[in-house]
Design a protein around this ligand. Structure first.
Ligand code: CAA
Length: 296
């Protein structure tokens, strides 16, 4: 197991145990960190603990971790449906649902639990870091720490500076990312940051191409995979990210820039209304109902 090189961080609090929270917790554990994982849903927490344990077992199978390393990592995971668990954390990664009011409420509670010097980060994919930071009294100690799915595999962490974020906060967050074997890239806080400002309009345009009958999903994805060497086509990727998340991000871009080039495709909205959200509901641009989903 790679040892944590960031000795100043003794316990990382991960709030939210959905796909991203689980992936982040697993990655932290694999690299020797103690992790406090909290989620308001005991059901999601139990499922997260199980999938993290399975993922660590997968690391053992692939020779990335010894059996003893796996046991040590699991012993470093504490879970609770009570946010009070975070009182012992000295670095926070918020990864709750992509909804400003939900995140703001969690941040307000964390503010009462954590010492003022504890750095707060958010894994938000597009909500303004400046706006989230303003909910707290530590906007200098607040930045975006945007991981990519599947977290253990993807090399990038987008480190997002809000208007008040101090350079030392960016440095500490970037050092954490490096200690996880990731490459941090610092960007400024504007709608969609860099990743989703570039990625989501491509996905949205791919959905327009399907809606307008230019080609079916397989053909659109085939063009992008074979012609542009993308590992996944935009529609497969949208299914993996979740169509609801894609729609939320398009809305953030549209409302943030007030520019019609970011208007969400009506077919994307229709699919979200029908709860065809991609892999997580079994149906999106593709049908996953007969396949076991290996994602977290
Ligand atoms: N969880 C954990 N590990 C996974 C995984 C998952 N869901 N899916 C694949 N992997 C691992 C595999 O176990 C394998 O690991 P090893 O090399 O150790 O064996 C490795 O990834 C490669 O997997 P495969 O050989 O099965 O498949 P692949 O070569 O087709 O790669 C992929 C799969 C890495 C997902 C690749 O298709 C890819 O890079 N796709 C693009 C993913 C992407 O763009 N992600 C960003 C989404 S945007 C986002 O997350 C942020 C946002 O704000 C919306």
């Amino acid at each position: 197991m790679t040892q944590s090189i960031n000795e100043s961080i003794h316990a990382v609090g991960v709030v939210g145990s959905g796909t991203m929270g689980r992936g982040i917790a697993h990655t932290l554990l694999r690299h020797g960190y103690s992790v406090l994982l909290s989620d308001a849903s005991p059901h999601s927490l139990a499922a997260a603990a199980e999938s993290i344990s399975n993922a660590l077992a997968g690391d053992v199978e692939k020779g990335r971790l010894t059996e003893a390393g796996k046991r040590q990592a699991l012993a470093k995971l504490k879970t609770s449906a009570e946010l009070a668990l975070m009182v012992s954390a000295n670095f926070i990664i918020e990864a709750v649902t992509e909804d400003f009011s939900v995140k703001a409420e969690v941040l307000r509670q964390l503010e009462t639990l954590c010492a003022p010097e504890v750095i707060f980060t958010s894994n938000t994919s597009s909500i303004s870091i400046t706006r989230l930071a303003a909910v707290t009294s530590r906007s200098g100690q607040f930045c975006g720490l945007h991981f990519f799915n599947p977290v253990p595999v993807m090399k990038l962490v987008e480190v997002v500076a809000g208007i008040e974020t101090l350079p030392e906060t960016i440095e500490k967050a970037s050092a954490l990312a490096v200690s996880l074997g990731k490459t941090p890239i610092r960007v400024n806080d504007f709608p969609g940051f860099v990743s989703n400002r570039v990625l989501m309009p491509m996905i949205n345009e791919a959905i327009y191409a399907v809606m307008e009958g230019v080609a079916d999903p397989q053909a659109v994805d085939g063009v992008m995979k074979l012609g542009m060497n993308h590992p996944m086509g935009p529609l497969e990727l949208a299914d993996m990210i979740g169509l609801d998340v894609c729609l939320d991000i398009m809305k953030v871009l549209y409302e943030g820039f007030r520019d019609s080039k970011y208007r969400p495709c009506p077919l994307l909205e229709k699919m979200v209304h029908a709860r065809r959200l991609g892999r997580k509901t079994g149906q999106g641009f593709y049908d996953y109902r007969s396949k076991a989903d290996t994602a977290y």
